[in-house]
Design a protein around this ligand. Structure first.
Ligand SMILES: [Zn+2]
Length: 148
């Protein structure tokens, strides 16, 4: 059995922000029932669409795929209370435009994938990986990497 395919913990870093399906996780967003605008995170009280007075939202599973809109490298250790490995291992952060909703969602890039492997427009999918503190978070994984 491939140990890397196993997820060591299923404690999410944030409750209710994503499903805990190890194979096909989804971010959980909100959709305005009046105009259909999507939001993430889903904690929202009124619709921000300028032409909509909607105040009712339904929870939706957002697209698992999208394209890189922008990205950067986190080379400095984040401040407490973020728990980092020692020594700190830099990681990439990507802003991804979701396939269906066309909204931008930030996330870390899958471990082992550095900024040098990323390009604007590259297709990525959502995966769950533990952060340095062992809790699960969503990350973006390039699909070209997965096909190799
Ligand atoms: Zn609305």
């Amino acid at each position: 059995m491939d140990a890397k395919a196993e997820i060591p913990t299923n404690t999410p870093v944030l409750d209710g922000w994503f499903t805990l399906d190890a194979r096909e996780p989804h971010l959980l967003g909100a959709r305005c029932t009046a105009c259909g605008t999507y939001y993430f995170p889903k904690q929202i009280k009124f619709c921000r669409h300028p032409d909509c007075a909607g105040e009712a939202f339904e929870e939706v599973q957002l697209s698992r795929k999208g394209r890189i809109w922008s990205y950067t490298n986190a080379v400095y250790k984040p401040p407490e209370p973020y728990i980092s490995n020692d020594p700190f291992v830099p990681y990439a952060i990507a802003a991804v435009e979701l396939e269906q909703e066309r909204m931008i969602v930030l996330g870390q890039v899958a471990s082992g994938v550095g900024v040098e492997a990323l390009k604007v427009g590259m297709e990525v999918e959502l995966i769950l990986e533990p952060l340095d503190d062992g809790k699960l978070s969503w990350k973006w994984k390039p699909l070209a990497e997965a096909a190799r």
